[in-house]
Design a protein around this ligand. Sequence first.
Ligand code: AMP
Length: 114
Amino acid sequence: MNDRTIFEQIINKEIPANIIYEDSLCIIIDDISPQAPVHYLAIPKKLIKGISDLNDTEDKDILGHIMISIRNQMVKMNIKDYRLVINNGSEAGQTVFHLHIHILANRTLGWPPG
Ligand code: AMP
């Protein structure tokens, strides 16, 4: 049985995704069910289940790197306003247990989120 997450399979190129950006530490892909005209997912290649599972030392650099990669991608696309969302745990809406940051842009976003 394949118990790896969908994102691990995308990272390993076992299933397709529209890749926006990729380097040795992270990948940014189109969300398959977009909630805004731009809806990307920034995913560390290392399997970290969620924010609760971050390693105090070794994951600092990975998270910092992902944030800079997101910023760079938004600059490249000339998108100035965007929302980053991390759902941590099923009650918060997490459905894929491989840490990912939603990037939402190009529409007015309400607050608070549902
Ligand atoms: P979350 O609910 O925060 O865990 O977010 C999981 C996200 O993964 C959802 O927005 C889904 O639409 C998205 N998703 C699920 N399967 C795929 C896939 N194969 N390719 C791209 N995005 C996906």
